[in-house]
Design a protein around this ligand. Sequence first.
Ligand code: SF4
Length: 877
Amino acid sequence: MSVATAAVRTTCAYCGVGCGILATPDGAGGARIEGDPDHPANSGRLCSKGAALGETLGLEDRLLAPRIAGRQAGWDEALDLIAARFRAAIDADGPDSVAIYGSGQLLTEDYYVANKLMKGFIGSANIDTNSRLCMASTVAGHRRAFGSDTVPGTYEDIELADLVILVGSNLAWCHPVLHQRLAAAREARPSMRVVVVDPRRTATCEIADLHLKLRGDADVALFNWLLAETESRGVLDAAWLAAHVDGFPAAMAAARPWDRDRTAAACDVDAADLDMLLRLWLGTERVVTVFSQGVNQSASGTDKVNAIINCHLAAGRIGRPGMGPFSVTGQPNAMGGREVGGLANMLAAHLELENPAHRAAVRDFWRAPRVADRPGLKAVDMFRAAASGRIKALWILATNPVATMPEADAVAAALEACPFVVVSDVTARTDTAARAHVLLPAAGWGEKSGTVTNSERRISRQRAFLPLPGEVRPDWQALAEVGKRLGWPEAFAWTSPADIFREHAALSARAAALGRDFDIGGLANLGDAAYEAMEPVQWPLGGPERFFTDGRFFTPDRRARMIPVDPPAAAPPDGLRLNTGRIRDQWHTMTRTGRAPRLTQHIAEPFAEIHPADAEPRGIGPADLVVLSARGRRAVLRALVTDRVAPGSIFAPMHWSRETASAGGVAALLAATADPHSGQPALKAGTIEVARYAPAWHGFAISRRRPAPEAAYWARARIARGWRVELAGEAEPDDWDAWTRAAFAAPEAELVAWGDPGRGRRRVALIEHGAVVAALFVGPEPVELSRAHLVAAFGEADAAALLAGRPGGRVRDCGRIVCACFDVGLETIVDAVATGRASTVAEIGAALRAGTGCGSCRPELATLLAPEARRRRASGR
Ligand code: SF4
């Protein structure tokens, strides 16, 4: 490809909002990143993650050539080997002995090729993806209610609604630009109301009129009650129901037993809060119910989705502006994956695997020897099959299941047991890549070219603006080459992503002719230049922006289905409940965001939110380390004692892996319990024990080189001039000096010590050629230092100034960085509020610039202001 020098319009690599980006290459492998003002999803906005994409480019830790059994190999050798091993397994044990595990990070074109290879030519539906962990319950719920996996609404509906109910969605951190659109709409139209339904008080609650802090998995009870009240208070849309909906009597029979008191008890919320929700729901026609992982990642996720949809169907609040159920997807291309049928229970183009006419249409279109005629193995079962020897060859693309799947230790063991594992990724530094027989160097964001679809069905181009480095190739090419080597050269003969896209679009036209919702057939004849220039486009092409405007669904009789749903029986707790999720500035297992120093400033260490009522009896104080244990596995995290979580529950983020912490991964603690309809694991409902961890020593260090300490606990993160690392040890090293030099890869460094080793405290600078290459601080309890100051001063201050651990003279410690755009720390903000210089988010912005960049920290600024706002209200000011 030619190397771009002007701004290239592309799409963000992360969440399902799908923001448009202008990337201007700097000619040295980097790029300036700005929001695309002309992209309908974001109109120029970007959150902290999107804005920092430029810092994640570069070739450090990149996988640049294929590897076989750890040695570098050529592409032909690697592809020949993959084809041979897949062929041998298929011949010996049948098509179901091989599998592909993909990702919502794949482009639609990559996904299409993988799905065609497995389902149409190998003849097995053993292709599943990490989208199974993300939104499979939504897919199942949509299909039960609508007869198709159709997202009815658009982002604009969230702005047009008079009431937005966010269920299990920390929009402020997980879909920040959509949250900003909601916050802006609310500010412009103060009559708009926002309700958050979430067991945790998250940053999203800052714009909420009501936070229902319900018990985990009580959502079905809540929406059943809302449905029963919809009927009894006369808010049913009887004409709509009669004309367009089946299943009303059965759904109502399940809902009616849920009265106010029973629901309040099941949800563990005040009945008065239910009353407020009910008043808002009954009195508001334009309601959008946004739901996300708190709904999906549950053993009753599909029922939760249908409980929400039931309410909207009963009230006729769907298919019109400002109303409807709205699933927001976690990944940048989860929707594209759904479009190509990249799940083990779907065919391509929203066609159905179980439907003979659909299979025949796909087989004819692909001229395929066979099309899988039954669902394949979903994620959890796929890795179990690998462990038991049923899967003989497995190809994993663009995902890190050893760090993210429940029972992650069993997934690691499964890969070790599987005779042949291929991993395609941008780096070999993942917990999964470490277990591959063949590693393929994949093109990353900025290098690959294709399309992605966001949560509102908008297809956007992801364009390359950097050359492919080394031997790197896009995933579609690797998959197609294996397809050719397996004996189907004509079916996999594409020469570009545009070729694949045209075929995908043409297949969707066949699907539409069979009455399916997904139809981009109008793009099937797009020329190469038109594909290159393609503007973001929403499907259905040329149709109404919203689905179901005409009351016609995609079931055989075109009527929607209300589904009777019951909440799971509440079991008595046999431990604390572990809820896992995301933080503002990181993405998945940090293989990309972890490279950006700006993004580690906000939170640099794995943590566990624990309620004071649970912390106190266990002797856990703020900043202590804690051990979370379950299933014979343990994680060690920093305690954050807070009433944001309810008593009896713990929240811990999912981002840390063996690459970034000694024991920060929480996926191994979770049992692989899955929703019976969708197969989606319950990633927010682990049962764990928590105890204070009392090491012999604690430490903090900054280092030029990647630290690799021999310590019971460590958590490392990128900073501008190297790394920072939190440490703890169960016994002091016999030789601290040798330990220190080894930990920071500085064998020849001179050690300059400061402090009082006799009291277990050490402050040591490592000096090479007169420059400080690392500084270590050790104490018997968590070391109190200005970490933000040390990170900023590293590389500039001399050893004595660094070892002081705090800014000198009259300079104040700025505290933990809250605003990553302008490096504004917690203490600086608190000081501005305490001294009366700022009492609103806008005033903080005017005084300090915090919150005036990407805006991702604005909810946190509002949280910081909450005590001040309460004080002012109390004093009548
Ligand atoms: S909200 Fe942030 S992470 Fe999501 S697509 Fe937009 S810029 Fe990327």
